[in-house]
Design a binder for this molecule. Sequence first.
Ligand code: XIL
Length: 355
Amino acid sequence: MLRREFLSSGFAAIALQAAGARTEESLKQAAAPSGLLVGSAVSYREIDEAAFAELIARQCSIVVSENDMKWKALRPAPDKFDFTRADALVAFAEKNRIKIRGHNLCWHEALPDWFHKIAKPDNARELLTNHIETVVRHFKGKIHSWDVVNEAVDVQDMRADGLRRSPWLNLIGPEYLVIAFKTAAKADPGATLTYNEYGLAQDGPRNEAKRHAVVALLRWLRRNEAPIQALGIQSHLNGNRPFTGLQHFLGEVRELGLRVFVTELDVNDKSFPPDVAERDRMVAGVYRDYLHTILEERYVDAVLTWGLSDRDSWLRHREKRAAGIARPLPFDDQLQPKPAFFAMQAELKKVSRRD
Ligand code: XIL
C-alpha cells in the first residue's frame, strides 16, 4: 500500500489510536485561526494523571481553576494562605503555554468555616481587600483574567437592585463590588477583570429578570468607576431551552464596552431520554446551537467548558438521578470524544473560516 493510500484508508487512524495518539483535530486547533480561546476548568488533582494532563494540553489554549483558587482552598486559617495546589496548576499551564483564568476572588460560597465565625461589619472590608491584594499579587502577570466577583445577583432575594443577600452584601453593602474590582486592578493591572454569573443564557422569566438586573449592575459598576473589563457568562445549560433573549443581552453588554467570556459551559441532560446515544446526540445539539448563537456575532473571546470529561463533572456529585448518570461534557469517562466534542469542533471551525 502506498503511503498516501495508507493514510486515507483509515488504517492510519486505527494505528495511531492503537499507539495512544489522537487523530481528530483538537478544539484548540479548530479555534486557533479565529483567535478564539478555548478550554476547560481543571483541578489540581486531575493533572497528576498523565492521560488527562495530555488531553488538557492538547485541547486547551486556556484553563480555569475549578476549585483550587477559591477562598476555601487558599485560606486554611485567617492569617494563612496556602498556594500549593493553585501554584501547581499554574505551573502546569505555563509549562504547556496555556492561558489561565483565576476563579474567584469574591463569592458567597466556598468561604472557609472560620470566615463565618470571625467576619463582622467592622473587619469585612479589610478581610476582602487583604485577600484580593495577596492572591492577585501572588499570581501577578500570570493570569489572563480574574473572576473578581462571582454570582452577585439573585432576583429571588427580592431587593430592588437585584443583588444577592450574600455575606459580602450583608457585611459591607453594595460597595463591596466596587472595592473588589478596585483592589484587584491595583494588584495586577494586566489581568482582565471579570464579573461572572449564571442563569443568563437560556430563556425563562427568571433568567430574563436576571439579565435585566445584571445589565443594571454592570452600568452601576461603570458609574461607580469599578475597573471591570469583562462579563463571564457561566452557561450551565439545562436541557434544550432556547436562548432567544441572549443576542439582545449581549448587545447591551457590548454597548458598555465589555468583553464576554463563556466561562463554565456544560449541558445538564437530566430531562433527556435515558438512552445514552440519544442523550449524547441531544447534548451535542445544545452545544451546536449555543455556540452558533454566541459565536455568530463574534462577541465572545473565550469558551471554557466546566470540565472536559463526564467523569469529572460537578453534576455527577451534585444531583441524584433516577435514570442514568450525567453526560454533560465533550469527552466521556474513558476520555474519548463524544458527539458534543465534534459539535464544538465544527462550530469553532466555522468561526475560524469566517474570520
Ligand atoms: C463547583 C465545582 O465544580 C465543584 O467541584 C464544587 O464542589 C462546587 O463548585 N458556579 C461556579 C463554580 O462559579 O465555582 C462552581 O463550581 C459551579 C457553579
